[in-house]
Design a protein around this ligand. Structure first.
Ligand code: MRU
Length: 347
């Protein structure tokens, strides 16, 4: 298989509106939703209508652009005040993926210089739409750098969805696999379902099967067995935030993949754009999102745990740098020891 990859854009600018695939409906239905109000985009981010670190960064930036587009403010300062309100609301949606804050900061920075309301509007729309293009380009560069790590015939395990659906297009971890396939390599993928929101079975398996990759969905509890029985050659995952001490925040379950990979001699590669790196913080300073208990105690609307039993639902976990072989970025590989080499690649 070569080329012809999942070509849908996850997040788009549509004449004053943010248009996004409703990922809560996949794989059963492919539906786009359009939002003109930042409050509705914030709600969509919270409900995982749009999810994945780079995708929520661009969606939030476009929500600010949509606010500017629809504003009746007469002066640049009045409009900037309105945008600050939107930015604060969007910042409060999800705490872990740094791309959200990066996207908001980038579009707000573009609003600072213009001296008329019209020029502020133009600047933020231009910046937000440029970010969407940049994201696809960054994913393709990640793919090119990462593809050389993959051998013909490899079976690669991933976690969650770090594909086109988690970005504007092409994907980070899945971008690496797409690029390897473009090089003519045959790659098979093992996809842990990724409870509780099932991004693996619903989204990754959907993307990969549309593209014609051989993929096998497993329960999250089968990861150790698949590795111990020699069925995994590489692990390639995404990242929601990489801190300056080399710790990788990604979807819950990633840490167990990394530990098991180390145990079984499987190289573990996170793939992430520069916008996912947070060189201002160490891992102790990052908040891990706790999501609603209902996601765990219910399966398809049916309760699967007794009433009253406490539930914990951390959405992300943290993989320490000693388990990481290299991080694939849009500027090249951050090789082990990653905590020492981050600065020279993405700094
Ligand atoms: O809760 P989600 O679905 O937003 O979590 C997504 C992930 O953890 C992805 O692996 C991560 O954002 C990297 S996406 C390129």
């Amino acid at each position: 298989m070569k080329g012809n990859f999942f070509t849908l854009r996850t997040v788009m600018w549509d004449r004053g509106k943010v248009k996004m695939i409703d990922q809560t409906l996949l794989p059963a239905r492919l539906v786009y939703r359009s939002y003109a109000r930042w409050e509705d985009v914030a709600d969509a981010i919270r409900r995982l209508v749009v999810r994945g670190a780079p995708a929520i960064g661009v969606a939030a930036a476009m929500a600010i652009a949509a606010t500017a587009w629809g504003s009746k403010a007469k002066t640049a300062d009045a409009l900037r005040k309105e945008l600050e309100g939107a930015a604060a609301g969007l910042r409060s949606t999800r705490p872990t993926a740094v791309n959200l804050f990066w996207g908001i900061d980038r579009v707000m920075a573009a609003s600072r210089l213009p001296t008329s309301a019209e020029d502020v509007k133009e600047a933020v729309v231009k910046e937000a739409t440029q970010m969407a293009e940049d994201d696809v380009e960054a994913c393709k560069r990640i793919g090119r750098f990462g593809a050389d790590l993959i051998d013909d015939g490899d079976t690669v395990i991933t976690q969650c969805n770090a594909g086109a659906l988690a970005t504007v297009g092409y994907g980070t971890a899945l971008g690496v696999l797409r690029a390897a396939s473009e090089q003519g390599k045959c790659v098979k993928v093992i996809v842990p379902e990724t409870r509780p929101a099932l991004q693996g079975s619903r989204l990754t398996a959907f993307e990969l099967s549309v593209d014609g990759f051989g993929c096998t969905v497993i329960s999250d509890t089968a990861v150790g067995h698949m590795m111990a029985s020699g069925r995994v050659d590489k692990a390639v995952v995404g990242a929601d935030r990489v801190t300056r001490d080399g710790f990788v925040f990604n979807k819950i379950g990633t840490y167990q993949v990394a530990v098991l990979a180390k145990r079984h001699g499987v190289p573990f590669y996170p793939a992430a754009p520069t916008s996912s790196f947070d060189l201002t913080r160490t891992h102790q300073e990052v908040v891990i999102e706790e999501r609603p208990a209902r996601e765990v105690f219910e399966v398809r609307g049916r309760r699967v745990a007794p009433r009253g039993v406490p539930v914990a639902n951390p959405a992300f976990d943290v993989t320490p740098p000693d388990l990481v072989e290299a991080i694939v970025t849009d500027r090249g590989l951050v090789k082990s020891p990653v905590q020492d080499n981050i600065g020279s690649v993405v700094g």
